[in-house]
Design a protein around this ligand. Structure first.
Ligand code: SF4
Length: 448
């Protein structure tokens, strides 16, 4: 009997890079089950929406996208909608009432079964399970440019910051084994990936749950030994988890970008303690001094939160002073979001929205000056850059778009380059112009 052809499926991935990796794994899983994949939802009969839910704003975006596709389904443009990931994980059955046009809800805990659940929904019989060994990394269809990939080394978080829903959504820290991570990194290298961006909720805590003696520094050394991988970048390290081993791993391996993304959230002791951040202002200063002493060229990225309950004017002013003294190279900031079910949501002294917005604006204006100063210091210097592509994606722009080692994909700026190179090349370039986020430069040595 001929099996009827399976419908084309498209994914929409909302939220962070960790969710993007989940999307890439689910795409591969359903492709292996015979579903053609479209990159444009307009070309698909089935749409899978991978949602984010850790902030009210993120939930609102997820609701908007689901409503848009419910409307399209009503108009006959889409046959079925599946909603997966953090939103159903957090909210469960409540969503059935809100969105009656959704055919399938799959929380994170069932994402690995997406292909069978889609088969059941669409009336296809069960398939023989794929043979896997416990070490086999889940296959992925990369949606990033082919030379760069995220590598998720752990899931969940044990830190219990008082404002954060993530431990409730993603559960406690579960580190992948080093064998499985290294195997996946080798496979990515064979697929042409040159840049690995290590991610997790707190990558510096990797291995703690397994009492792994090698720790993150040992894992990074193993990854550095893989042929084809040229750049390794460490993203999302809780400052209280960063140890000398991690600093040494960044300092002493030439493949590791001299870059740390360590969200500090605030600088003031009362706020840090109320956030349950396990580190003090002095602890942060001492950590940053040690990192800069060992790796003078380090680019530090952080995230700050303004308008946390009880944050006084004086505490906010001291946060600005702290930023002005430390001068982070890159910085993202958020307004505190009162998330039901978190410890901070029940604190009495919530800050009015307008004041939160004013504080965010002042903080970002200060950082724009700091970033410009930092970027301007690069003018005239020779940097290494990886070419991501062309400005118009069609290969006929006069300039190329790249990133230097101190620019992570998606969250940092870019370098716009004049010269001869192809996407995926790693080139040397001289920086000619700097703005608060982006750089411009000329390629001095062609790529490899
Ligand atoms: S370390 Fe990050 S993910 Fe973990 S609880 Fe704190 S804010 Fe949430």
């Amino acid at each position: 009997m001929m099996m009827k052809e399976k419908p084309v499926v498209a994914f929409i991935s909302l939220g962070c890079a960790k969710a993007l990796v989940d999307t890439e794994q689910m795409m591969a899983s359903i492709a292996l089950h015979g579903y053609p994949i479209a990159f444009d939802p307009d070309d698909a009969e089935v749409v899978v929406i991978n949602t984010c839910s850790f902030l009210e704003l993120a939930r609102a975006e997820s609701y908007d996208v689901i409503s848009e596709f419910e409307y399209k389904k009503g108009a006959g443009e889409v046959r079925a909608i599946a909603v997966v990931g953090c939103l159903p994980q957090l909210m469960g059955g409540e969503l059935n009432v809100m969105f009656q046009g959704v055919d399938l809800w799959i929380p994170i805990s069932r994402e690995a079964n997406i292909a069978t659940e889609l088969d059941e929904l669409l009336g296809y019989g069960p398939e023989a399970p794929r043979k896997v060994t416990p070490l086999d990394p889940a296959p992925r269809l990369l949606v990033t440019p082919p030379h760069t990939a995220y590598l998720k080394i752990a899931e969940g978080c044990d830190n219990c910051c008082s404002y954060c829903l993530i431990p409730r959504i993603r559960g406690p820290l579960v580190s992948r084994t080093s064998e499985s991570i290294v195997l996946e990194a080798r496979q990515l290298a064979q697929m042409g990936v040159k840049e690995l961006n290590l991610i997790g909720q707190d990558i510096a805590a990797w291995g703690r749950d397994r009492q792994s003696p090698k720790g993150l520094s040992g894992l990074v050394r193993e990854l550095c030994g893989i042929d084809g991988i040229e750049w390794i970048r460490l993203l999302y390290a809780h400052p209280a988890s960063i140890d000398e081993g991690m600093i040494e791993a960044i300092a002493s391996n030439h493949k590791v970008c001299k870059y740390i993304d360590m969200p500090i959230q605030h600088s003031e002791n009362r706020v840090l303690s109320s956030m349950n951040r396990r580190i003090s202002r002095l602890g942060l200063i001492s950590l940053i001094e040690r990192i800069r002493a060992r790796i003078p060229e380090i680019a530090l990225r952080t995230t700050l939160m303004v308008g946390f309950p009880g944050e006084t004017d004086a505490e906010f002013e001291r946060l600005l002073e702290f930023m002005d003294v430390i001068k982070f190279d890159r910085l993202g900031a958020f307004v505190y979001s009162r998330e039901p079910g978190t410890a901070a949501a029940s604190e009495a002294d919530q800050i009015p929205e307008e004041l939160q917005g004013d504080r965010l604006e002042r903080l970002m204006a200060l950082q724009a000056d700091i970033s410009l100063e930092k970027n301007s210091a690069l003018i005239g210097s020779e940097v290494e850059a990886i070419i991501d592509g062309y400005p118009d994606d069609e290969g006929n722009g006069a300039r190329l778009i790249g990133r230097i080692r101190a620019q992570a994909p998606d969250v940092d700026g870019i370098i716009s380059l004049v010269g001869d190179a192809n996407p995926g090349d790693i080139v040397k370039a001289v920086v000619t112009t700097a703005g608060p986020y982006d750089l411009e430069g000329n390629i001095s040595t062609a790529g490899q």
